[in-house]
Design a protein. Structure first.
Length: 148
């Protein structure tokens, strides 16, 4: 029986690798490594208890070693979108902007906008985009309040 357990571990390797490929989020790669180690133990005719503990130990070591590195790398990464291009850009008010809304032309597009501090900003005023929430820009007039 021990000599046929390599088929079970080979099946486990395939299963864990397929699960990892389907998710691509580091959910089962450590178990695949543990199953490979258990497969090698089975090929060396180690009893099932030894194969099982080999699987558990190698999986735990792989999990402890790789997971923190993967999460540290992923956490430091900033995902930029094209919307980020509009932040700190100058725009022009095309429909009066106040605390309830308005329209601003910035970065070649018209955007729904709100006044960042609640003041009314008239049409033609040059504004700076301070932040973005969803698809709405929050703007503030430039100090010179240049009308275009």
């Amino acid at each position: 029986m021990t000599y046929l357990l390599w088929l079970v571990w080979l099946g486990a390797v395939v299963l864990f690798v397929l699960a990892e490929a389907a998710t691509a989020q580091l959910v089962s790669i450590w178990f695949a490594l543990g199953a490979v180690a258990a497969l090698l133990a089975a090929l060396l005719r180690v009893k099932f208890v030894g194969q099982f503990w080999t699987f558990i130990l190698v999986s735990a070591i792989a999990l402890a070693a790789v997971r923190p590195l993967a999460f540290r790398r992923g956490r430091d990464r900033v995902v930029h979108t094209n919307a980020d291009r509009v932040l700190d850009v100058a725009g022009r008010v095309t429909e009066t902007v106040d605390a309830d809304g308005g329209i601003v032309y910035a970065d070649g597009k018209s955007w729904s906008a709100r006044s960042a501090d609640g003041e009314v900003i008239p049409v033609g005023t040059r504004v700076r985009v301070e932040r973005m929430e969803g698809v709405r820009l929050f703007v503030r007039p430039f100090p010179e309040q240049a009308v275009l």
